[in-house]
Design a protein around this ligand. Structure first.
Ligand code: NDP
Length: 290
């Protein structure tokens, strides 16, 4: 039969995860501070634990999805004894350093630990669009792979336990820049009297979709020591960035992002560079070197 799984944290995401496990036929035990949030799951066959310790003790695998690591620490510390010999998978959003500290703590208490980052929203959990990044000891991942695949494609990133959090936050960084770029471009486009967000977005989606196709080429350039395959004149790129900043200001829209972008390109010019390339753009962002 299916592995029993406990889920701690029944917020929007925790309920989606627990619901997927129930649907897939895993005996599922749940716990949440506000117990009522588990009512629907219990009606569908989940067992309700009275305490975190009881939840951990009910299954070989416990999945945690809470607000943050402070809440996670506060709830799990008193239940450390129950974790011995069991596996803890923490899908709470956090930093690589938090993942490393939690792994050390779990290991000290005889528990197997995996850290994860959910690349899905609650409605896409357990659909083909969901994937979840995992890091930690491979044997722990392999031992529970089948249960974890229920939640979304399980992507194992390696033994360095902070990697899932690093990639998760880096993916969120790209998403955040994309949406902020969307908001900025809509503010510019709708500064025109007849401009509507919908009318503009008709061009934006195909444009961004085309541009996203270039990322593998940029990535190969970043990874390679050879001359970048894609470059543009730095003067051309700088002039375009200045135009974006100026047109933003003229349209009554904040231009902070382009002011930073202009400053970065001016820095590269001052260093004697003449071409714009992905490796130089990435290098310019680093504040520390290896
Ligand atoms: P919710 O706000 O819906 O749920 C938060 C959970 O944390 C609830 O179970 C809540 O309990 C619990 N909690 C908060 N504070 C405390 C506390 N002091 N003591 C005990 N329990 C507490 O958030 P989500 O479910 O959306 O997010 C949970 C995690 O999943 C986050 O780390 C988030 O970044 C991550 N995530 C969420 C995504 C999403 O689209 N929602 C996407 C990818 C990741 P209670 O019900 O009692 O308040």
């Amino acid at each position: 039969g299916s592995t029993a799984v406990s889920v701690i944290g029944l917020g929007e995401m925790g309920r989606a995860l627990a619901g997927a496990l129930v649907t897939a036929g895993h005996p599922t035990t749940v716990w949440n501070r506000s117990a009522a949030r588990g009512d629907e799951l219990v009606a569908r066959g989940a067992l309700r634990a009275a305490t975190v310790e009881e939840a951990v003790g009910a299954s070989p695998l416990t999945i945690v999805c809470l607000l943050d690591y402070d809440v996670t620490d506060a709830l799990l510390r008193p239940a450390a004894g129950a974790l011995r010999g069991r596996t803890l998978v923490n899908l709470t959003n956090g930093t690589p350093a938090q993942a490393r500290r939690t792994e050390a703590w779990a290991t000290d208490h005889g528990a197997a630990y995996l850290d994860g980052g959910i690349m899905a929203i609650p409605p896409t959990v357990a659909t083909p669009r969901a994937f979840i990044l995992y890091s930690g000891q491979k044997r722990h991942f392999e031992a529970h792979r089948e249960s974890l695949e229920v939640l979304g494609a399980a992507e194992y990133l390696g033994a360095e336990v902070g990697t899932a959090a690093l990639y998760d936050l880096a993916l969120l960084s790209a998403m955040d820049h994309m949406f902020n770029g969307f908001f900025h471009s809509v503010a510019m486009a709708t500064s025109h009297r007849e401009g509507t967000a919908a009318g503009f977005t008709r061009f934006l989606v195909p444009w961004l979709t085309n541009m996203a196709q270039m990322m593998p080429t940029f990535a190969a350039d970043v990874d390679s020591d050879a001359e970048p395959s894609f470059t543009q004149g730095l003067d051309v790129v700088l002039s375009g960035a200045r135009n974006m900043a100026q047109a933003s200001r003229d349209a009554g829209v904040r231009a902070d992002y382009f002011e930073r972008s202009v400053a970065a390109l001016e820095r590269q010019c001052a260093e004697g560079l003449t071409v714009y390339s992905a490796p130089e753009a990435v290098r310019d962002l680093r504040t520390t070197s290896d």
